[in-house]
Design a protein around this ligand. Sequence first.
Ligand SMILES: [Zn+2]
Length: 50
Amino acid sequence: MGKLVRCTCGVELRGRDEADLLPRVRQHAKEAHDLELSDDQIRDMMEVEQ
Ligand SMILES: [Zn+2]
């Protein structure tokens, strides 16, 4: 059971756990949106993938 973040732009990022997903979401936000997200902000966006 992994973790999923749906970005506002429609991109879905998946990881096997938080540690896997956090840096990839941060990188996407930076590259695609020029946005610096904190770990807490990213955790708030996370859903458990069924
Ligand atoms: Zn995005």
